[in-house]
Design a protein around this ligand. Sequence first.
Ligand code: 5GP
Ligand code: ZN
Length: 115
Amino acid sequence: MSDSSDCIFCKIVAGEVPADVLARNDHAVAIRDLNPQAPFHALVIPVVHHENAAASAAADPAVIGHLVGLADEVAKASGNDDYRLIANTGAGAGQTVFHTHLHVLGGSSRMTESL
Ligand code: 5GP
Ligand code: ZN
């Protein structure tokens, strides 16, 4: 686990930083992205801090299933039966927040080429 003491997503999960929360359960929180790249753009964030999806999977494979399940729930609840999931891994791939998260993108045919 990487350092979580100054992690914005840990603070959002803990309710210490405000966010537009779409859904949450014991495993993950779904919020609206602050800077949406598609008509529907949510982030699904596991409660437990790891720096990327592979690290979360290595620590607890079930967590990835929980993330995908919550992503499907919030996408469908917002009217997006079709959507795209992205997990940027590493700065070179565009990752800027080093706490695992899935982008959930919906509402357009292209849903953006990069994030
Ligand atoms: P990454 O580039 O790491 O894959 O994605 C990080 C995402 O988090 C970006 O899309 C960015 O807009 C979003 N983000 C960063 N800080 C905040 C925040 O404080 N609140 C919310 N809702 N989204 C954030
Ligand atoms: Zn964190």
